[in-house]
Design a protein around this ligand. Structure first.
Ligand code: 3H9
Length: 698
């Protein structure tokens, strides 16, 4: 079946696109549109409507074609053909007109959109800029400031907003084809004027040199380390200062630069990784899903409350269980405080916040879980306590209910064994703050049923999380790798570095926060208490936690006590370097017989990132993760790893496995083989001269 069809409807030619799922502008689609526009020039039509079948108008260029040899017509060429049509073309937008999709609409002479539609230029999220005239046409219609805001944020806007800034001509209701045909008839009645956006001038008001300088400075803070946002500003400046054709040349040059950048390759990898992570390799397509009508949550602390919010935010009622009325009250107050903050930021109305909270029923009685479809346990991180909770659930929950643990480390198989229905037990590991963080690590126990797994994947999507599947091991994918990263940050401290030095290196690399600042935020007591439950062997070498323990024993638990690896200003919570910490580090180094020496930034970066990567390889060779890109999803969505580096495993391919392997071997000689044993899979791929991406597509 052809992806483009053309038919006359009276005196209006209708170009219909049908390229599921999202009408991406593949080569076939571009060719089809080109042919339809050519055909329409010679028939009886007086105007043309460009409309899409399926759930959406064109959602952009076909991202899967990027990086492959270009095939003509290119999108900019096609859009020149559209704009040069002798008959006015009306874009009929529904769903989401994104990227090249919106650019196509902007090359048309008119645009109408259903009131439910959204339009946007999300290229920046792929490390790109709009490369088919978006940076030149949007400022001509909407002005410089609105164009910069739209294109650098990449977030879609509603049809009403698009109308108000001049991007579209009309918001319509009902059937989009009928509305577009009516609109086309009006255009014909008014003389079928060919309105070309490229003919317009950009309004120069307010677009001073200072304005651009300020805008650039704000962007460099907001998108630390990213190249595309600055290039977008350059394109908009060109739109302002040069004729359309010249501006298009600047856009093309910068688009190609972006396309060839490692940042864009990484972000495009993340786009597909995010979509791939919900796919479970061995799960039959026809697996039945369970109906989740009510969720029960055990524990109304920070975590339990945050988890509850996810469900009520999408209209799923929650029963929240706590040990007594007082704890329940505290839990509900915490949730109320969270919602109040969202309301105060103008992101939610007070009425909607109240409605959501009304969906939460508190209880202190396990029997109230008798009719629950999915229970999520979020109690203290202790295996014995969790086992007790699950054996209680086993007694009260109906058959077929999913019993999930929000554990971050514990063995889901052992938890499952405390019930008579291990097939219904699964790990659903949320990340704090659970109402904000996008990652949901789904831990599949040895006996977890396909239905339970498939339903958990589906639920993740319902509550707008990005799922990543892990098998059972200590810490699963995320925290198992984090332990190695934390190990190296502690060793770097002991061997000569400082918290501020390590944090600066990692932030410059692009991490949302450095590891020691994260330690202070999470609380130094968390790691300490987790270690209390471990044997000496499990705890590992004392050098990897002696500084953290020393700080804990001084009552320096992090931000909550005003001091940890740093001091915190009580009013502003600003981090301040504290000389006492250096004394603590030096004392520990002396005690452990470690001679402190300066460690350069590159070594710090390599030690921390290679520790992550090496563990990632072990996780892959053991089959804990399904694929490297799932690990990248875990790190980008759960641990602040810069998406523009594509997650640790993509980053490994970027810098080259050979270099990583050699460096790890050198680290073994220098810093101790007990810490640095190259993963067998890494060694194997280096020997075979393969990349991880090649291994993943085997
Ligand atoms: C661009 O346009 C550059 C131009 O300026 C210049 C060119 C010269 N291409 O997200 P979903 C697939 S850059 C290829 O699960 P939803 C996706 O992988 C582009 N494939 O659905 C998935 O496949 P699968 C600018 C694409 O309803 C399936 O479609 N545009 C593309 O949750 C369903 O996707 C963008 O960045 C694509 N462009 O959300 C828009 N888009 O089923 C990117 C989707 O095999 N897309 N697929 O896993 C989106 O934001 C969302 O997909 C959308 C639908 C909102 C459209």
């Amino acid at each position: 079946m052809s992806v483009v069809s053309y038919q006359l409807d009276g005196d209006i030619g209708v170009i219909r696109l049908n390229n599921p799922p999202v009408n991406a502008l593949s080569h076939a689609l571009r060719t089809g549109i080109q042919e339809a526009v050519a055909q329409a020039q010679n028939d009886a039509s007086l105007a043309l409507v460009l409309i899409c079948e399926g759930r959406t108008f064109i959602a952009g260029a076909d991202i899967s074609e990027f990086g492959k040899p270009p095939m003509l017509p290119s999108l900019p060429e096609l859009l020149n053909i559209i704009e040069a049509s002798q008959k006015p073309i009306i874009a009929a937008i529904h769903g989401t007109a994104l990227g090249g999709g919106l650019e196509t609409a902007l090359a048309c002479h008119y645009r109408c959109a259903l009131s439910t539609a959204q339009v946007g230029l999300p290229e920046v999220k792929l490390g790109l800029l709009p490369g088919a005239g978006g940076t030149q046409r949007v400022p001509r219609l909407a002005g410089v400031k609105a164009a910069l805001d739209l294109i650098t944020a990449g977030t879609p806007i509603t049809a009403d907003k698009a109308l108000s800034i001049g991007l579209i001509d009309k918001v319509v209701e009902g059937d989009s084809l009928t509305a577009a045909l009516d609109f086309a008839r009006d255009v014909i009645a008014q003389g079928a004027e060919l309105k070309k956006v490229s003919d317009l001038n950009v309004d120069k008001a307010g677009a001073s040199t200072e304005f651009f300088a300020e805008y650039r400075a704000t962007l460099s803070k907001r998108f630390r380390g990213q190249e595309a946002p600055q290039r977008i500003v350059e394109c908009i400046e060109a739109a302002l200062n040069t004729p359309f054709d010249e501006g298009m040349k600047v856009e093309r040059r910068l688009f190609v630069e972006c396309m060839q950048s490692s940042q864009s390759a990484a972000l495009r990898h993340m786009f597909f990784a995010e979509r791939m992570s919900s796919k479970v390799k061995d799960l039959p397509k026809e697996t039945k899903l369970k109906d989740i009508k009510r969720v029960g949550i055990i524990g109304g602390g920070l975590m339990g409350g945050g988890i509850a919010m996810n469900f009520v935010n999408v209209g799923i009622p929650v029963t929240l269980l706590e040990i007594n009325d007082e704890a329940l009250k505290r839990g509900k107050a915490l949730i109320a405080k969270n919602y109040a903050m969202t309301v105060s930021k103008g992101k939610l109305t007070a009425e909607a916040a109240a409605q959501r909270q009304d969906l939460i029923t508190g209880t202190t009685d396990y029997n109230d879980f008798a009719d629950i479809d999915l229970v999520i346990e979020a109690v203290f991180e202790n295996l014995d306590i969790k086992k007790q909770v699950f054996s209680k659930l086993d007694k009260v929950c109906k058959q077929g209910a999913i019993l999930a643990s929000n554990t971050s480390y514990q063995d889901v198989n052992l938890i499952a064994e405390s019930t008579s229905r291990p097939q219904d037990v699964i790990g659903l590991h949320f990340f704090s703050p659970a109402n904000v963080m996008k990652l949901l690590e789904i831990v599949r126990g040895d006996k977890t049923s396909d239905e339970v797994l498939a339903t958990s994947m589906a639920i993740a999507k319902t509550i707008k999380k990005v799922p990543a599947l892990s098998r059972v091991c200590y810490g699963f994918i995320g925290n198992r790798m984090l332990r190695q990263y934390a190990r190296e940050s502690q060793l770097c401290l002991l061997e000569g570095s400082t918290p501020q030095n390590i944090d600066t290196v990692m932030q410059r690399f692009g991490m949302a926060m450095g590891p020691l600042a994260v330690g202070d935020l999470a609380g130094i007591d968390i790691g300490y208490k987790a270690r209390e439950g471990l044997s000496d062997e499990q705890k590992g070498d004392i050098r990897t936690y002696c500084i953290a323990d020393a700080l804990y024993e001084m009552g320096r638990l992090g931000q909550k006590t005003g001091a940890g690896y740093y001091k915190y200003d009580p009013d502003t919570r600003q981090r301040i370097v504290d000389p006492i910490v250096l004394e603590v580090i030096e004392a520990q180094a002396k005690k452990r017989g470690v001679e402190r020496k300066v460690i350069n930034d590159e070594t710090i970066l390599d030690r921390l990132t290679f520790a992550l990567i090496n563990e990632g390889f072990k996780i892959l060779e053991e089959g804990i993760a399904q694929r490297p890109s799932d690990i990248d999803v875990v790190y980008a969505f759960g641990y602040g790893f810069p998406a523009f580096r594509g997650g640790p495993m993509f980053y490994a391919d970027t810098i080259g496995l050979e270099r990583i392997y050699q460096t790890i071997c050198e680290f073994g000689n220098t810093y101790g083989e007990e810490f640095w044993q190259p993963a067998a899979l890494l060694k194997q791929l280096v020997a075979e001269g393969k990349t991880l991406a090649q291994w993943a597509s085997r």
